[in-house]
Design a binder for this molecule. Structure first.
Ligand SMILES: CC(C)=CCNc1ncnc2c1ncn2[C@@H]1O[C@H](COP(=O)(O)O)[C@@H](O)[C@H]1O
Ligand SMILES: [Zn+2]
Length: 348
């Protein structure tokens, strides 16, 4: 792809709504982490999936285990979160919702509370350095940890939502889709919703989750991650699609993640096409920019080249994403103004 096209996608102001902190760690930051912990004998090939490489879903989840070994102190989290935020800003992202699973680590004394506090500290530091990006945080539930941990996580998120002046805006449900069942997490998700946390749920990332998706869509969630197998053409159902449409639930779509994790066979078969053609709210996201060796500019460029989107259509796609952020209307207005200010430079 030529340089002029590259520049368009980099300069395009963008909104990133689906980014897992530890999946977003760049090559450069991994270098720094490896040099801090040489005894772990971790090599680069263990933390990222390069160009043209594919992995099974299980192999992808192994990668997170390796990264978690490298990121297990407050110092690590602070560095990782700061670097990730600055990298998104350098890629033209103006609004970022970062998500991460609070972890406790016996060896280092890290607690879940300190984990969240440290991510918040990184967000505040970037703000005080006037990095040109508005960052919010979604506290993540790892589905494999079950009912009780989910409820604890919601309480933690609730606490931080109230104490951080709007930096914590919601809750994410993620983790290996083959493990655990959404029905066990329903009370926690319901509580989160009732206390004002927005919900973004990984849903139908693999084919066998129809029943769970149906159940969780009744909440209803505020946004869905992936939704790869919701529509009838891939074994989903019209009634699932109807629920998405009736509740107007935006989808966070991550092209490279799905292709490299092999839940989608190639870019042209990505479900972006199905939902975009329907005019359903769809937002292009990265999922794990470090693990999948990508960035948001590249994902927009891939969507445009695969599905033949004009520059005007790409602009509209990034602009419409503003409507689906979890931060309040005042933030939406500020972002809309930013897009208005930038537009003339990009369409001369
Ligand atoms: C395996 C694959 C194709 C990954 C992309 N799809 C994903 N599906 C579900 N959960 C995820 C995915 N990517 C990242 N996560 C979650 O994010 C965590 C890493 O970020 P963090 O530690 O929460 O900061 C993982 O342990 C996992 O719980
Ligand atoms: Zn994800």
């Amino acid at each position: 792809m030529d340089n002029e096209a590259d520049a368009f996608y980099r300069e395009l102001p963008k909104v990133e709504l689906h980014a897992h902190l530890n999946g977003s760690v760049s090559f450069q930051t991994i270098e720094k982490l490896i040099s801090r912990k040489p005894h772990l004998n971790i090599e680069h090939g263990m933390t990222a999936i390069g160009k043209g490489q594919l992995r099974t879903l299980d192999e992808c989840f192994q990668v997170f285990k390796v990264i978690h070994q490298l990121v297990d102190t407050e110092e690590d989290i602070l560095m990782v979160a700061t670097d990730v935020i600055k990298e998104f800003a350098a890629d033209g992202v103006k609004y970022l919702e970062l998500r991460s699973t609070p972890r406790e680590e016996e060896n280092t004394g890290l607690t879940k509370k300190r984990y969240v506090e440290t991510v918040i500290k990184a967000i505040q530091q970037c703000k005080s350095e006037e990095v040109d990006i508005d960052v919010r945080f979604l506290v993540a539930i790892d589905r494999r940890n079950g009912t009780e941990v989910a409820m604890e996580t919601v309480k933690l998120a609730e606490e931080f939502m109230l104490s951080t002046d709007g930096l914590v805006v919601g809750l994410d449900l993620s983790g290996d889709p083959k493990v655990g069942h959404g029905k066990d997490l329903l009370p926690a998700l319901q509580r989160a919703k009732n206390c004002g946390l927005k919900l973004s749920l990984h849903l139908s990332e693999i084919p066998s989750q129809l029943e769970e998706s149906d159940l969780l869509l009744n909440l209803p969630p505020d946004r869905i991650g992936h939704g790869t197998f919701l529509h009838p053409e891939v074994g989903g159902s019209q009634s699932l699609v109807d629920k998405m449409v009736q509740n107007n639930i935006p989808l966070e779509l991550c092209l490279t993640s799905n292709v490299k994790g092999q839940t989608v066979s190639c870019y042209s078969k990505h479900h972006f096409k199905y939902w975009y053609q329907m005019g359903h709210p769809s937002v292009i996201c990265t999922d794990d920019k470090g693990v999948f060796s990508t960035d948001l500019s590249q994902e927009y460029q891939l969507a445009a080249s695969t599905f033949g989107l004009s520059r005007e259509a790409v602009w509209k796609l990034s602009q419409q994403a503003i409507d689906y952020i979890f931060a309040p209307d005042t933030v939406k207005q500020q972002l809309k103004q930013k897009w208005i200010d930038i537009q003339p430079q990009m369409f001369k």
